[in-house]
Design a protein around this ligand. Structure first.
Ligand code: DC
Length: 222
């Protein structure tokens, strides 16, 4: 039996992967894997429980039984709604550090693979097309300049009612990107067979249209 189609969307932070993933989910009716939210939920748990990020054994123990659940519009951690709090820059900084640890990535692998279910999956992350779903039917890799991504992040945070300093956000984004790109385990790189979309001067709709074209070409009609 053919397995359900998987669409991998990778790229750095603030590039618009989440927006594209949600648009594709609405269009296709596929499930969504927001893998960054899993790393963020882990970071939240690490901070909440006061785990030292050098204590790999405790990190892995928490990752293996991470009490996170994805509801329609909210993310629940051990019964608490953490949808907003995991989006803060503080949580993102810890997420980027724990995501660099190979044992942590390994222990979150199965949880991510389990999202691949009928009728299909849109998977948003950094290593969807390279590590988690190397056989994905479509692999998209989004890029944009750091300045453009910082601008988008600031607007996104403002819309969520979170105040933001553009200089600080640009610096945070560049530091986080550098860590995500240069880590030895699952670095942020496009898969050989990924379609690279530079979104710097594209509208959201133009990005969605290009992605739709790639899905149609792969036989995923909608
Ligand atoms: O996409 P995001 O900003 O929510 O991701 C938060 C952090 O998790 C970011 O530093 C990159 C990391 N991450 C990762 O290493 N692998 C993934 N598949 C998704 C996110």
């Amino acid at each position: 039996m053919m397995s359900s189609p998987v669409v991998a969307i990778d790229g750095p932070s603030g590039v618009g992967k989440g927006t594209l993933a949600q648009w594709l989910c609405c269009k296709t009716g596929f499930h969504l894997l927001d893998s960054g939210a899993i790393y963020r939920a882990l970071a939240y748990g690490v901070s909440k429980e006061g785990i030292d990020i050098a204590d790999v054994e405790s990190l892995v123990t928490l990752a293996e039984s991470l009490p996170v659940e994805f509801k329609a519009t909210s993310i629940i951690y051990a019964g608490d709604d953490v949808t907003s709090i995991i989006r803060t820059e503080e949580v993102a900084a810890v997420a980027s550090k724990v995501a660099a640890i190979p044992e942590v990535r390994q222990s979150l692998l199965k949880r991510q693979k389990d999202f691949a279910q009928a009728p299909g999956l849109i998977a948003d992350g950094r290593d969807m097309g390279t590590v988690v779903f190397p056989n994905a039917n479509v692999k998209l890799f989004l890029t944009a300049s750091a300045e453009e991504r910082a601008k988008r992040r600031v607007n996104q945070l403002k819309n969520q009612g979170v105040s933001a300093n553009i200089a600080q956000i640009t610096q945070d984004i560049m530091e986080r990107d550098e860590r995500d790109r240069t880590r030895s385990s699952s670095p942020l790189i496009p898969a050989d067979d990924a379609l690279i979309i530079d979104t710097t001067s594209l509208t959201i709709q133009e990005v969605c249209d290009k992605a739709q074209g790639a899905l149609v070409e792969a036989g995923i009609d909608f």
